[in-house]
Design a protein around this ligand. Sequence first.
Ligand code: HH2
Length: 276
Amino acid sequence: MSFRPDRPPPRVMGIVNVTPDSFSDGGRFLDSDVALAHARRLVAEGAHILDLGAESTRPGADPVPAGVEIERLVPLIRAIRAESDVAISVDTMKPEVARAAVAAGATIWNDVTALRHDPASLDTAAGLGCEVVLMHMQGEPRTMQAEPRYDDVVGEVAEFLAERAEAAVAAGVARERIWLDPGVGFGKHMTRHNLPVLAHLDRIVALGFPVLLGASRKSFIGALDGGAAPDARLGGSIAAALAGAEAGVAAVRVHDVAETAQALKVWAAIRQAGGA
Ligand code: HH2
């Protein structure tokens, strides 16, 4: 058990998709006014961080050229920055997009490829001086769910993340700016791989970096609950967020900010009452 009463509850990262094909909300937030309204709502609901993504990582999703990502993201980042000091993260695997996003006011580069997609990624991250989220994925988004294989999924995820953190440090990224993410659903069997990762998050936390957990509305929840559709996975999403809180993750990436923030408040209050 890695729960520590002195550790604050996880921060809530609210997801804002500016894509036409993201799996869980069907691209309802493509229009930038709509995306801004959604961002405002998530901040009002208690999001500490907004994660803006303009390219879906859903298996089979179409790739988006860097210029299109930048066109979608930069005006939205500027608009959010003009009215709020919420932390802004940009979910992209492309260094040129990260550079444009940071110039517009983002402070976190969330890269599902752990800075492996482009040979310039490591140096770009070091040069930008932003925080970086290094996520584990086996394979690449288009094919990652075809036949994921591990001998020891938790050990392999932890080893990969430790190696990527060292690669980032060696490239000049400050250690204290690095986050790790086990990548729930990325090249992992629905239950055989995702559930052990969720059960042993403390081993990822033990690597000594803040951990981000993204389990919100993911397919394993549907697999455990009779094929529940993405917008009917709130209960399972909160259960996973609380498992993360128990293990000491630093933040949870979620669609349903108000409900998750409430669950974490109640969880933290119970934990405190239990003898901090
Ligand atoms: N999951 C998705 C996208 N980005 N980034 C991190 N760090 N961790 C995650 O678990 C993660 C992520 C899933 O992406 P997508 O399929 O586009 O759906 P959505 O953005 O609605 O979650």
